[in-house]
Design a protein around this ligand. Structure first.
Ligand code: CA
Ligand code: CA
Ligand code: CA
Ligand code: CA
Length: 300
């Protein structure tokens, strides 16, 4: 799908009649809103209607043609549930491989078959029932905030993944409220978990501070790698972290306001069954969790 540049649902006077074409620049008449997600092209629809019957009125529905659509993390007019990349507006060259996942969400922009399997902007006060989190997590204002119960304990949140795949990308973004001065290590990470009777494998990627030294840390359970960085716990900073697993290789990347980091290492090649977030020794506010997987043949 190719999307025109967009803004949020437009509620403006004068312009276009019900059923007529519209755009962010050419909004609808009073009482109607522009349905930007119409596959046939954006048209004005009744603001108080519910075209897809999901209980969300058109004026608040960012996915007018499928269930859900109450939230729009990146405010591009496409709801999180129907956005080809819910963390960034449509790029100039979207979806080069035609799998309905746009850059920068697509970990393999030239290999089709990727799917967004988990996304949350933490807009609900509780997690879905199949997710797990330690009691240190709270959800408010589009953020998952974690205040570790002790200076050394690891606090974890995790979501089940629907596919068994060794091709997976996990992304998050966070702010740091406070570093616990009693902590020997402070850390915030995105993780993949392979939980089996024979043992649990966790791969993690994120910022770590030990003895005033900051680094991006990749830990695959069977190996690891790191990249020294300057300032990973700045309360004014915004940190984006991604981990990509492909077969027996793991890559970890960090983009902050002022610097970037990267690390890679061998993994054991296990297929992840859960995606999650962790924090230790610092109060962290995560703004989203995104998982993109490439499934086995026949699942796409
Ligand atoms: Ca609706
Ligand atoms: Ca909807
Ligand atoms: Ca969106
Ligand atoms: Ca794609």
């Amino acid at each position: 799908m190719k999307f025109a540049p967009l803004f949020a649902l437009v509620l403006a006077a004068c312009g276009t009649d019900l059923g007529g074409p519209c755009s962010a620049a050419d909004p609808c008449d009073s009482g109607s809103v522009c349905d930007l997600t119409n596959p046939e092209g954006a048209i004005c629809v009744d603001a108080k209607g519910d075209d897809d019957g999901d209980g969300i009125l058109n004026e608040r529905d960012f996915c007018q043609h499928q269930m859900g659509g109450a939230y729009d993390e990146d405010q591009d007019g496409f709801g999180d549930d129907c956005d080809a990349c819910p963390i960034a507006p449509p790029p100039a060259a979207p979806d080069t491989d035609g799998d309905d996942v746009d850059s920068p969400c697509d970990p393999d922009p030239f290999t089709p078959g990727d799917r967004i399997v988990v996304f949350t902007g933490f807009n609900e006060p509780t997690l879905p029932s199949t997710w797990k989190a330690t009691t240190a997590w709270t959800f408010q204002g589009g953020e998952a905030k974690v205040t570790p119960a002790t200076a050394t304990g690891l606090e974890t949140l995790s979501a089940p993944l629907p596919l068994v795949s060794t091709n997976i990308a996990l992304l998050t973004r966070y702010r740091v409220d406070r570093v616990d001065p009693a902590a020997t290590e402070s850390a915030a990470s995105v993780i993949g978990i392979d939980r089996r009777p024979a043992g649990t494998t966790i791969v993690s990627c994120g910022g770590s501070r030990v003895a005033a030294m900051d680094r991006l840390l990749l830990d695959t359970g069977v190996g690891g790698s790191q990249d020294a960085m300057d300032q990973l716990f700045d309360p004014a900073g915004l940190y984006r972290v991604a981990i990509k697993l492909e077969g027996a290789q793991a890559q970890c990347a960090m983009i902050s306001d002022r610097e970037t980091g990267a690390a890679q290492a061998a993994s054991n090649g296990e297929a992840m069954s859960e995606a999650g977030l962790t924090a230790r020794g610092a109060t962290i506010r995560f703004t989203y969790l995104l998982a993109v997987q490439r499934g086995p043949v026949g699942t796409n």
